[in-house]
Design a binder for this molecule. Sequence first.
Ligand code: ATP
Ligand code: MG
Ligand code: MG
Ligand code: MG
Length: 569
Amino acid sequence: MRASRYLIATQKETPSDAEVISHQLMLRAGMIRKLAAGLYTWLPMGLRTLRKVERIVREEMDKSGAQEVLMPAVQPAELWQESGRWEEYGGELLRMNDRHGREFCFGPTHEEVITDLIRNELKSYKELPANFYQIQTKFRDERRPRFGVMRAREFIMKDAYSFHINADSLDETYQVMHRTYCAIFDRLGLNYRPVQADSGAIGGSASHEFHVLADSGEDDIVFSTDSDYAANIEKAEAVAPAGERAAPAEEMTQIATPDQRTIDAISEFLNIDATRTVKTLLVKAEADEEGNAGLIALILRGDHTLNEIKAENLKGVAEPLTMATDEEIESAVGCKAGSIGPVNLKVPVIVDRSAAHLADFVCGANKEGYHLTGVNWERDLPLDRVEDIRNVVEGDASPDGKGTLEIRRGIEVGHIFKLGNKYSTAMNATVLDENGKTVIMDMGCYGIGVSRIVAASIEQNHDDKGIIWPDAIAPFQVAIVTLNAHKTPAVAEAGEKLYEQLQQAGYDVLLDDRKERPGVKFADMELMGIPHRFVISDRGLAAGTLEYKGRRDADKQDIAIEEALPVLA
Ligand code: ATP
Ligand code: MG
Ligand code: MG
Ligand code: MG
C-alpha cells in the first residue's frame, strides 16, 4: 500500500473524551471514528487489524472442527418468547417493529436462532456432536458504552454453539474450546488468563472467562500466587467456604432492598456500574446520631465520608437505600435514633470493585473507623483509609486453601459456557438416541469479543509514541519511509524496489511515499504501531545502506540493502 493513496487519518491531539489509552490511540492512529454513543466506523487502518484478529479466530475455530455459519442479525421476538428471554433480557435488548407491526430485536447473542436452526436440521445422535460458529455484528444497548470499541453498543463477536447427546460429549467439546481459546490468545500475543466464572445466572454447570490483564480492565480477577487457582471476583465470592465466613450476627435484620430506580440513581451518582455489584452485605454498623446506620455501608466505597453523603449528595437517593425512618430503625434493631448504640443490619449496598471482597464480611464501624472481618482476617481501618479495604482483601487466603490471593484487573475477551439443556428444553431441541428414543440435546456456547480484542491488545502494547503492534495483527508489518523521494529519483526507485521485494516475500508493506517532512512520517509510523521500519535516504544509498528500526528497539541500525529481508526474519 502506498501511503500517498491511503487514508492516514492520524491526529496529534489526544481526544478529550477518550478515557483509556487504547481509545485515545485508536482515534489518534486513525483506526476508528465515532458515529454516536457506542457506534464506531472502522477506517481502513483499523479494519486491517480487525480482519487479522478475525482471521486468527477463524483459523483456530476451523481447526477445532467447528463449522462456520452466518445467522441474521435481526431476530423475531417469537423465538425469544419461546426461550423466555423476551421478558428477562432487559434494557440491553434493542427491540423494534417491522412495517406490519411484528416485533424483532437486533441480536445481542444467538442461542435462540441457532437452537431453532438445529432442532430442524439435526435428527439423530449420529450427527452429534456438532459445533457452529459465526463472526458477526451484535448490538447491546449498554448502559454505559465507553472506552471506544472496548464497550461499544455495536460490536463484533465470534459466537459458537455446540450440541451434544450427553454431558460427557459437552465436556469434551468444552475442553477443546478451552484449548482453542488459548491457541487464539497465544497467537494474538496477549498476556491473558483463563479464570473460572460463575455460571449461576444461566444455570449452566461450568464457565470460564478469558481475561487480558490490564489496569483499565473493568473486571476483578483473583489469582492464587501458589496454585493454579484463578477466578473472576464473582466466582471467588461464590465458592468461598461458607463455614469459614465470619458468622452473621444473629440479629441481622433486612431493612430494605433498593428498587431499580434507586440503584440507577446511586450508580449514576457514584459513577459506577451497579448492575452486577449490588449485593446484600452483612453490615454491623453503629448508627450515627440520626440513626443513619445503613449509610455507613455506602462509604465503604471510599470516596465519601458519612457526613458528605448525608449532607448533600445522596439526599433523596440514600433515603430509599436505608428506607428506614427513625421509628423503623428503632423497632427493627432496637437502636434509638440519636444514640450511638450498635446495630446489626443486613443492608443492601453498592459495592464498587475497588472494595472487592471474597466473602461477605462483617464490618463493625464506629466514629473512628471500621472493624472488618473476612474469611481469614480481621483488620481495623480508620475512617479515612477505607480505600485500604482492597488491600486488606487481597491478602486473604484462597478458596482452594492454597497460597495468597492477588486481585488484578482484567478485560473479558472470551467466555465459554456449558449451557446444559436450558435452551434445548425451552425450545424442545431433540434428537433420537441409539435406541430410537427422543432426547433433549446438551449445549455449550463460546464467545470472543473480536473488536474488543483490538483495544485490549493496545492496552498491553503501547508507549508514549503510540501503538506497538505484535506482527500477527499489525495493519502493516513493515513501513518503508522514503526521504525526499520527490526530489531524488534514486530514493523513489529504491523504495519501489524494496516495496516489491518485501511484498513478494509475503509481507504487508506500507510505502510512505508522502511528501511530508521526515519527522511527520516517523511519528505517524510509530503512532500507528508498524513493527518494522526501513528508511531510505540519499545519504544511505550512497553508502549502499538502509536504516532499520524495530518498533520496540531503542536504536536504529544501518544495514546493507541486501540485508533488508534477512533482518525481518
Ligand atoms: P461484559 O462482562 O464485558 O459486559 P459479557 O459477559 O456481557 O461482557 P458475553 O455475553 O460473555 O459478554 O459475550 C462474549 C464476549 O463478547 C465477551 O467476552 C466480550 O469479549 C465481548 N463483548 C461483550 N459485550 C461487549 C461490548 N459491549 N463491546 C465489545 N465487546 C463486547
Ligand atoms: Mg455485558
Ligand atoms: Mg462478563
Ligand atoms: Mg461474559
